[in-house]
Ligand binder design. Structure first.
Ligand code: ATP
Ligand code: MG
Length: 372
């Protein structure tokens, strides 16, 4: 897939613009605070219907406006077929609407993932530095976009968890808590199985990308499930393990007023090989943390390639700003070697454009106005 046209209306500071995006992509150059990241945010909004910077929808509406709208035309590079995806958000009533080929899909989730894009941003280091919630968010986005049935299972899980937590918090009788156990266990086992399966399949790839960027040093990606899963198979076995863990935490849950075990307690660990296997979160340097984050994003791009069978669209938000020369070079080499589709990148200076530097047309942006 590639993005061939983009229409913006009142998205952040971007005003009203119609852009036609060149086949190889584009390099957007502009000073700080001109709207470079805003453009990538608008494009990625079409993929996930949310901000990759974690902003609320109402923050994306231009100051003083009521509604934003983003429309993208996506073209299948092999079959030449086109699909138009549109997203809009209205402040009043916090109404979000998406259409695919002019039709509102039955569920908002069906509008996701049409582009097949990955964003690389300096903020990705939060995947390492921030709390486990950030890492679960990463898993949820990647799996929702790439694994059939994941998002509905996650939604069922969240619903059951919220109900069960409310019952615990309000000290309802145990039976009123327990009615949520089966829905929680069934949906939760699907979520756990999908996360474990994907992460298991990615471990080698993660180490490979990490070593590629770090220039040799490998790192390990470990899944830390919020339910003890050692030696436990998928399906019934996993449900049984989850049920047992719930039974074992009745006292703790009563004390804390919240569900103590489950995929909402999952986490990831990154360990550096050859440095005694130390945790990057505890001991890693800034550059080592960035390297882990890059390996995760490269893994995400490879997943689009592997599971969806298409070249990922790469959105690069000024990523080389904080990486040293050799590491940047190696990331560029990996990106050039892998099959990537369109590349849309931003940089404050022309000289920072090194990926596809000779083929990407330059656009300039100033106070939200893009000039091709
Ligand atoms: P940098 O190089 O510093 O990362 P950038 O070009 O990526 O800069 P953006 O983050 O894309 O900058 O845009 C920041 C600008 O967008 C700020 O001037 C900010 O005031 C403006 N902005 C953010 N949200 C809105 C909004 N809802 N309405 C209007 N303007 C907005
Ligand atoms: Mg920016």
């Amino acid at each position: 897939m590639r993005l061939s046209a983009l229409t913006l209306r009142h998205f952040r500071n971007l005003g009203t613009q119609e852009l036609s995006i060149p086949e190889p992509g584009v390099a957007l150059v502009g000073e700080n605070a001109q709207g470079k990241s805003n453009l990538l945010e608008a494009i990625y909004y079409l993929e996930t219907l949310r901000s990759f910077r974690g902003a609320r929808d109402d923050q994306l509406v231009a100051f003083g406006e009521e509604v934003f709208r983003v429309v993208g035309v996506m073209e299948d590079t092999r079959e030449g077929a086109e699909v138009e995806v549109a997203a809009a958000f209205q402040r009043r009533g916090r109404r979000k609407k998406a259409t695919v080929a002019g039709e509102e899909p039955e569920r908002l989730g069906d509008a996701l993932g049409h582009l097949g894009a990955v964003v690389f941003s300096p903020a990705d280091v939060g995947l390492v530095n921030d709390g486990p919630g950030e890492r679960r968010r990463f898993l949820d986005i990647v799996l929702s976009l790439n694994v059939e049935g994941y998002l509905p299972a996650l939604q069922r899980y969240r619903h059951a968890l919220a109900q069960r937590n409310a019952a615990l918090r309000e000290h309802h009788p145990r039976a009123a808590v327990q009615v949520w156990d089966e829905p929680l266990v069934r949906a939760g086992a699907c979520v756990l199985a999908a996360r474990r399966c994907w992460l298991g399949a990615q471990q080698d790839r993660f180490s490979h990308y990490h070593a590629g960027v770090a220039g040799g040093q490998t790192a390990l990606l470990e899944y830390r499930p919020g339910v003890p899963l050692e030696g436990v198979g998928d399906g019934d076995e996993m449900e049984a393990a989850f049920r047992e863990a719930l039974t074992g935490s009745v006292e703790r849950e009563r004390r804390n007023g919240a569900t103590a075990v489950g995929p909402h307690r999952d986490d990831l660990r990154f360990r550096l090989d050859g440095e005694g296997g130390v945790d990057v979160r505890d001991y890693g340097s800034g550059g080592q943390r960035r390297t882990v984050a890059l390996a995760l994003r490269l893994m995400e791009a490879a997943t689009i390639r592997g599971l969806r069978g298409r070249e990922p669209v790469i959105l690069l938000d000024d990523v080389f700003a904080e990486l040293d020369g050799p590491r940047s070079e190696r990331v560029l080499e990996i990106m050039e070697r892998e099959e990537t589709g369109q590349v849309i990148l931003t940089a404050p200076k022309e000289s920072d454009i090194r990926l596809r530097g000779d083929v990407l047309p330059r656009w300039r942006i100033r106070a939200g106005r893009i000039e091709a």
